[in-house]
Design a protein around this ligand. Structure first.
Ligand SMILES: Cc1cc2nc3c(=O)[nH]c(=O)nc-3n(C[C@H](O)[C@H](O)[C@H](O)COP(=O)(O)OP(=O)(O)OC[C@H]3O[C@@H](n4cnc5c(N)ncnc54)[C@H](O)[C@@H]3O)c2cc1C
Ligand code: SF4
Length: 338
């Protein structure tokens, strides 16, 4: 590990000032991702800004018709909050699909949004990687890419965003609240994470001198017909190969509004609004779901080891929509797939 200085500011304004005053500074919250990356010499901050004691960021509060989850709320606290469980069970389920109980106790909402890719080459400073060292190359395209992206890739990077929570937040159309030197702003989930393009080193549209204050969930609509289906190599404690957050409004067998987001397939949670529109007014049925899955996977490209993900994702979408329509969400404790 490299040498770094450390500050624990007492206000959001001070935290923002600390970031602005140190160009190579990093925020630290639960530390479950950042500290690992520092030990691997992947992240080399010269200054750490510990946000752990900032006031007002540990609460889950009513926000209009919705709910605001502070950046420092642990994944455990968010998943087991009665209001989240009752009004946004999709989010609760997605969080519980991730990591382990011990990690979820330490991991925070803000840190989960900004956790970095699990691409093997990114974690190994002995290899080139455009995300770690822009311009050095992307060995994953011809190398070990089993866990990597099939949608929205670029010639520069085929990494995936690993979060489960973010997939549900994308489907629920949450908004990320952030603060910087010019005050506060809101970033819709759809715009928060980026595709790699020719700047794979930039995971999100958050500026280096901004901190996350929390996420706001809109009015709850999908508490009855939802599922978070996560497919992975082991039944627990593994990142998604493919995951699907599906949320439907149902009137009998007829679908009203629909939201679908995929994890494990792209550099950001993957949403295709035209595919969601294909469900509106339709009877819930496997043929319709198959057409929707085709549309979502339109343009998918494998890189060898991960070719299997295209068909896996297609089948996962159909399965997730069937579970959501039936009102039989995937259990994160009993991981048999219904
Ligand atoms: C073994 C293991 C298995 C895991 N499995 C899963 C899984 O299956 N699914 C899943 O989704 N996740 C999984 N995780 C990832 C885990 O969820 C993240 O490490 C965690 O959510 C990060 O939160 P943190 O508070 O510890 O962040 P930190 O490590 O403190 O920070 C992570 C990043 O966020 C930034 N940051 C943190 N808070 C803020 C803020 N308020 N404002 C601005 N920047 C901020 C930091 O600067 C850093 O870049 C796993 C992690 C481990 C170690
Ligand atoms: S896929 Fe992205 S993170 Fe992985 S080696 Fe290529 S550039 Fe690096």
């Amino acid at each position: 590990m490299n040498r770094f200085s450390y500050a624990r500011p007492g206000s959001v304004a001070d935290a923002v000032r600390e970031l602005a005053g140190h160009p190579a500074a990093k925020v630290i919250a639960g530390g479950t991702n950042l500290v690992d990356l520092m030990k691997y010499n992947v992240e080399r901050p010269t200054h750490l800004v510990d946000v752990g004691r900032l006031p007002g960021l540990k609460e889950i509060e009513e926000a209009g018709e919705g709910l605001r989850i502070g950046a420092l709320v642990s994944n455990t606290a968010a998943a087991y909050d009665e209001r989240v469980k009752e009004r946004y069970p999709l989010l609760s389920s997605a969080i519980l699909a991730g990591a382990s109980p011990q990690l979820r106790n330490a991991a925070t909402t803000g840190g989960n949004l900004l956790q970095r890719t699990r691409c093997y080459y990114f974690y190994d400073p002995a290899t080139p990687c455009n995300k770690r060292e822009p311009g050095s190359g992307c060995p994953a395209k011809e190398g070990q890419n089993r866990i990597l992206a099939i949608l929205g890739t670029s010639e520069h990077c085929i990494a995936t965003h690993p979060s489960d929570m973010c997939v549900a937040l994308a489907a629920l159309e949450a908004v990320v609240k952030v603060a910087g030197p010019n005050g506060e702003r809101s970033i819709p989930m759809a715009d928060f994470h980026r595709l790699p393009g020719n700047m794979p080193e930039k995971d999100t549209n958050l500026h280096a001198d901004e901190i996350i204050l929390g996420v706001e969930l809109p009015e709850p609509r999908f508490a009855k017909h939802y599922t978070y289906l996560k497919l992975r190599d082991r039944l627990s404690y593994a990142f998604a190969l493919v995951s699907v957050a599906a949320a439907l409004e149902m009137d009998g067998d007829t679908i009203g509004e629909a939201r679908i987001a995929l994890g494990g397939v792209a550099h950001k949670p993957w949403r295709v609004e035209e595919a969601e529109a294909m469900l509106r007014g339709k009877t819930a049925d496997r043929t319709v779901f198959a057409a929707v899955a085709e549309r979502i996977l339109d343009g998918a490209q494998g890189f060898g080891h991960n070719d299997f993900k295209i068909d896996l994702a297609r089948r996962a979408v159909i399965r997730a929509l069937s579970q959501a329509a039936r009102g039989t969400p995937q259990s994160q404790t009993d991981k048999r797939i219904q």
